[in-house]
Design a protein around this ligand. Structure first.
Ligand SMILES: Nc1ncnc2c1ncn2[C@@H]1O[C@H](COP(=O)(O)OP(=O)(O)OP(=O)(O)O)[C@@H](O)[C@H]1O
Length: 236
């Protein structure tokens, strides 16, 4: 995954276009050039409003950059190429800040949905989905509907659903925002394990405690620029 000269500005909720007249001060993200090597693990930090969600959205192809080019899995993203978008998205696991669970499906079916959509059969994914839900502490909630779950339980379900397909790239937006520290550490261990198995991981977070405890490198957004911060302390 790589950004080449990527900038982003918003205009009335829509990404600004060059034709609208680019003013450097209007840009949320300014001329970003960086690469996330395959198999790497990074946190993405920065003050509220610094553009973390916007940056993730561009990677998962929900937001077109104002300028520049993004490469995903070795392909240059063509924003209007729907077939390409669908193909690339299949390799992504996304944990949204607002969970995006399906209210009419129970916990098990929400977690299994990406596999079901890919044509897998219940007997093929039953054990895997159950084990994953056990890992995120939802083993006793398999039949519960999303509307009775706590914020933390919804978040853990969203995490399970995002990683159930063993995606090539995992993007998470504040994945531990609603859960306690001990469960946050457990979730981090899950991400680290998936990373060890080959997934590239990028996690936007405000949680400096978890960042330090994980000891993984940090990309920090400040005033539209991206800085690399190495975290030497911490336990893996
Ligand atoms: N669709 C949009 N239209 C206009 N402005 C937007 C839009 N989305 C985000 N913004 C603005 O872009 C800036 C960056 O927002 P973004 O949500 O990317 O930041 P963030 O770092 O993820 O913030 P937080 O940590 O609070 O979630 C903010 O000033 C926000 O108001």
């Amino acid at each position: 995954m790589a950004f080449h000269g990527v900038s982003l500005g918003y205009d009335l909720g829509m990404p600004k276009t060059l034709a609208a007249g680019l003013n450097e001060d209007d840009l949320i993200l300014k001329n970003l050039n960086f690469e996330l090597p395959a198999g790497s693990f990074h946190f993405l930090t920065g003050p509220s409003g610094s553009g973390k969600t916007s940056l993730l959205k561009m990677i998962y192809l929900a937001q077109k950059p104002t300028t520049g080019v993004i490469e995903l899995f070795g392909e240059t993203i063509r924003p209007h190429d729907r077939a390409q978008t669908a193909g690339l998205r299949r390799r992504l696991g996304i944990i949204f800040q607002d969970f995006r669970l399906l209210e009419h499906l129970n916990v098990f079916d929400n977690a299994a949905l990406p596999l079901f959509v890919h044509g897998a059969h219940f007997h093929e994914y039953h054990d895997d989905v159950t084990e994953l839900l056990n890992w995120v502490g939802l083993k006793n909630r398999l039949d519960a509907m999303p509307n009775v779950l706590s914020g933390g339980e919804k978040q853990r379900l969203a995490i399970a659903r995002a990683v159930v397909t063993r995606p090539t790239l995992i993007l998470a937006d504040e994945p531990t925002g609603n859960i306690d520290y001990a469960m946050g550490l457990r979730i981090m261990r899950l991400f680290i394990e998936l990373n060890r198995l080959g997934a590239t991981v990028l996690i936007a977070t405000h949680d400096e405690g978890l960042v330090k405890a994980s000891g993984m490198p940090v990309l920090e957004l400040r005033q539209g620029q991206l800085f690399q911060r190495d975290v030497s302390e911490g336990v893996r």
